[in-house]
Design a protein around this ligand. Structure first.
Ligand code: ZN
Length: 92
């Protein structure tokens, strides 16, 4: 008389967990955003290259955040340094 066990398996926690994973269809696109400096293999951002720097400045002259520029951490930092330097030299 152990047939009752079959009914109990419906509440198998493992099964429930699996369904939970399957049900979570967040489908984030694996669109890889490569930073444009990396793409052009620019290791050093020149502060005299104002035309390039200006692309990463807002109308008010503020540095556009990394989320919007899509730069990698390294290049965003280099960019910030370059922009600040350019500001110091009053190029911007
Ligand atoms: Zn980069």
């Amino acid at each position: 008389m152990e047939e009752v066990k079959n009914e109990v398996t419906t509440e198998n926690p493992d099964q429930q967990r699996e369904e939970g994973f399957r049900g979570r269809r967040g489908m984030q696109k694996p669109k890889r955003r490569v930073c444009s400096f990396c793409m052009n293999k620019i290791a050093y951002i020149d502060y005299k290259d104002i035309n390039r720097l200006k692309k990463y400045l807002s109308e008010k002259g503020k540095i556009i955040s990394r989320r919007q520029t899509g730069l990698c951490a390294r290049h965003q930092r280099e960019l910030t340094t370059a922009i600040k330097r350019a500001r110091n030299m009053s190029l911007i």
